[in-house]
Design a protein around this ligand. Sequence first.
Ligand SMILES: O=P(O)(O)OC[C@H]1O[C@H](OP(=O)(O)OP(=O)(O)O)[C@H](O)[C@@H]1O
Ligand code: HPA
Length: 179
Amino acid sequence: MAAQTVTLHDKSFGIYLPESEILSNIKALADRINQDYASLNPLFVAVLNGSFMFAADLLKEVTVPCEISFMKVASYENTSSTGQVTELVGLKEEIAGRHLVILEDIVDTGNTVVKLLDMLGVRNPASIEIATLLQKPECLQHKLDVKYTGREIPNDFVVGYGLDYNGLGRNLRDIYKVI
Ligand SMILES: O=P(O)(O)OC[C@H]1O[C@H](OP(=O)(O)OP(=O)(O)O)[C@H](O)[C@@H]1O
Ligand code: HPA
């Protein structure tokens, strides 16, 4: 049974999305990906740190041949975007001609995925799509086509299931929102 509230640093968070709902959103995303990428051997590019749980649970539901690699970028301090997306670990794989699917835990302002699309797009992949567990449409600051969204949420700061508040909360199985 999930805790109804958690306290991380100076903030309290209330239960928002239980693990069962998260996993059913992920299964629906995987079903679509399995149909769309049947013979394309997609390369999933998981964006660390936040996407590690989403990537693991999504890949368990992906049944088509595929590969996965990881990039590490960061832009958030406290609960807001710095606007500067810093690449901390790049992608070593040859991606020319590959079908890429960027895996994100959340698309908020869109700064991170826009930067990633720029960084990866110049390396001539055959295609790039975005799969995100959560998206905050009210916060998007870019014209962005997110093909695979698990769930749209309002503009509330959320933690758990990989998402953190200043480093804490990533280990929670459920997602909580600030109260
Ligand atoms: O759409 P945006 O406004 O760019 O926000 C989304 C990004 O912010 C978070 O990462 P963060 O930079 O906090 O790094 P982390 O994954 O290590 O927590 C999250 O994991 C996304 O990558
Ligand atoms: O709501 C959020 N929570 C945690 N990390 C984030 N990065 C962007 N938005 C969020």
